[in-house]
Ligand binder design. Structure first.
Ligand SMILES: Nc1ncnc2c1ncn2[C@@H]1O[C@H](COP(=O)(O)OP(=O)(O)OP(=O)(O)O)[C@@H](O)[C@H]1O
Length: 590
């Protein structure tokens, strides 16, 4: 609703102009019958409600002009408390109308015979004149409101611009910067007092040309006053086909790189040098892993819990050309079955009750261009194994609740501590997926099978926890190392880390770690475990002998299928075991 009070001084000027032209007093009221402007007797009574505004009230209500030539006797004067004492001789009042709203009244009032004559003799032309004056006021009040709205919008837009993390420059058709936000000010060191031309701030001819021609532009550029590498986008602004300026967006390239890295790359960067161990088995494994790292091949890492499967997967990712992209790890065994599917593949908005607005990206999509590490793949339910297989075959993913398939470039590294070969036989794991995953198998031997790595791992963790806890530990005695070397380490390297952390915490002063400081379980390995260990050693010997026997029986290269059948294991397992047991290919075994 327009309000005449907002343009009070214009209303007063209009009243003065009418009064001067007609030599009749004027008063102008707003929609609340507050006198906004007045001349003569009324000049001092502006800003107050009109107590005697019965005629104006009527005009406001009906929207019809009123002419009163007999004040006090007209029926509109009946309720007026001043009736009988009215000083006015005659009155003309017309509504001020803006479209379908009446926003006020203009009144002409005569206080003597002469004024009354002028008023009554020219009634019709005066009414016409007042209508024009009313239109003028409406135009002014509308313009005032529009200015106010424009100002508000400008303030809102400037506030939004200043909240943005990009630098924004608004350029006119003369290549002058008409506005810039706070961030652009910082990036370009703009002098707010001085008018700036674009070429004074940014050093790139192609950019200037694009702005001049009203073309789009995107690319890296250099700021002129600050040595910041910027990424710039230009969007031209046209009006009815003619170029009126441009919006230039600026991003700090260093900042973009940082954000991309933060958003996509895990902060843990692992290199092969961080995989501690010099045993022949570990060296062999690392050589193999380094060789396959640059390829696109799917990998399956097998090994007991805590042997460093994830560490190896991260090192492989870091040594591949995917290293600038995401490494996304998901533990398939740790996520409830009903959530695992949407975690892996994402979902569309509204695909199930409780689905987030806007849907959700799955881990596969997050790993685009990078690596996905499917830990504990052996715990993957069968129905999801089918979906994983499809992703591996088609290199596309479909979100839950969508039939749009999204192309993907993801390297898959799966890991498990379970015997997938056995699981395939028992029907718990799909054979086709097993073969897909097992293209290049990598097996991390348990710690007890590479005892020569134990002392260096002990030293590694001693250094690590001394630094972390800020404690000086002199060393570890040979007796303590001996005990740790013969402990079977069911939790492997992870467990060793915990044991050394415990020892560093327990050691008093700057002393050595001695056997008495070691945790009890390490010193008193239960008999059963020792027996089990020996039994497993014996079983391994038996297994090696059985494999050699089977190979001798079939006794020809290329007939390993027959040997595998004889042994009741898959061909893949046979190959792995031949490698594990270091069985020569062309030897006669007996
Ligand atoms: N060779 C190694 N050198 C240094 N640290 C290692 C080594 N192997 C494992 N670790 C450390 O041991 C811990 C367990 O490693 P990781 O999580 O990679 O094992 P995992 O085999 O994936 O375990 P799980 O099967 O339980 O998921 C980590 O802190 C890792 O840094």
């Amino acid at each position: 609703m327009y309000n005449l009070r907002d343009i009070k001084s214009t209303v007063q000027q209009t009243a003065d102009a009418i009064a001067a032209a007609l030599k009749i007093e004027v008063e102008i009221a707003d929609a609340d019958l507050i006198r906004v402007a007045g001349t003569g007797k009324y000049k001092s009574r502006c800003g107050y409600p009109m107590d005697d505004g019965f005629v104006y009230g009527h005009v406001m209500k009906t929207g019809v002009p009123v002419i009163i030539d007999n004040p006090g006797f007209n029926e509109l004067c009946q309720p007026c408390p001043c009736r009988g004492n009215c000083l006015e001789y005659a009155e003309v009042a017309i509504p001020i109308r803006s479209e379908d709203q009446i926003i006020g009244v203009i009144g002409l009032v005569s206080f003597d015979e002469e004024q009354t004559k002028r008023l009554m003799d020219n009634k019709q032309s005066l009414l016409l004149f007042l209508e024009k004056m009313a239109d003028l006021l409406v135009g002014k009040v509308v313009e005032n409101q529009q200015n106010h709205e424009r100002e508000l919008l400008t303030n809102q837009l400037l506030t939004v611009l200043n909240l943005l993390h990009d630098g924004i420059l608004l350029i006119n058709d003369q290549q002058q910067v008409t506005h810039f936000n706070t961030h652009a000010g910082k990036l370009l060191d703009i002098d707010a007092e001085q008018e700036q031309a674009l070429y004074q701030l940014l050093d790139d001819k192609k950019l200037w040309k694009a702005v001049e021609r009203g073309e789009t532009f995107s690319g890296p550029i250099q700021g002129k006053r600050v040595a910041t590498q910027l990424y710039c986008d230009v969007v031209p602004i046209t009006n009815n086909g003619s170029f009126e300026g441009a919006v230039v967006t600026l991003k700090d390239i260093q900042q973009i790189k940082k954000l991309v890295k933060e958003a996509t790359v895990s902060e843990i960067e692992t290199h092969f040098s961080q995989i501690i161990g010099n045993s022949s088995k570990m060296n062999e494994l690392k050589t193999m892993a380094l060789r396959v790292a640059p390829s696109k091949a799917t990998l399956l890492i097998q090994g007991e819990s805590g042997t460093g499967k994830e560490l190896l997967a991260r090192a492989i990712h870091q040594s591949s050309n995917r290293k600038g992209h995401a490494f996304i790890a998901i533990n398939c065994g740790a996520i409830p079955e009903n959530l695992l599917e949407s975690e892996l593949f994402g979902y569309e908005e509204g695909s199930f009750t409780g689905a987030r607005r806007g849907g959700k990206l799955g881990k596969f999509e997050l790993a685009h261009n990078g690596t996905i590490f499917l830990d504990e793949i052996g715990d993957m339910p069968l129905h999801l194994q089918v979906k994983i297989l499809r992703v591996l075959q088609e290199r596309r993913v479909e979100r839950v609740g969508s039939n749009r398939s999204i192309p993907l470039d993801v390297r898959v590294i799966a890991a498990t501590h379970r015997d997938l070969d056995e699981m395939v036989k028992s029907g718990e794991f799909r054979e086709d997926l097993f073969y897909r995953l097992n293209v290049i198998p990598l097996t991390i031997p348990p710690l007890r099978e590479r005892q020569e790595d134990i002392p260096i791992l002990i030293q590694f963790y001693l250094d690590h926890y001394s630094t972390v806890t800020d404690k000086v530990v002199r060393g570890i005695t040979p007796e303590a190392i001996e005990i740790l070397t013969h402990y079977p380490w069911p939790g492997n390297v992870r467990e060793m880390g915990n044991v050394i952390e415990y020892c560093v915490t327990m050691v008093v002063g700057e002393d050595n770690i001695t056997p008495d400081i070691l945790p009890k379980r390490v010193k008193t390995e239960p008999k059963a475990e020792i027996e089990a260990k020996n039994l497993s050693l014996n079983l391994k010997i038996l297994e090696r002998e059985a494999i050699m026997k089977a190979l001798t029986l079939v006794d020809a290269e290329g007939h390993k299928d027959d040997a595998a059948k004889l042994l009741g294991i898959s061909r893949a397992t046979l190959y792995r075991k031949i490698k594990d047991y270091n069985i020569g290919e062309n030897k006669t075994f007996f």
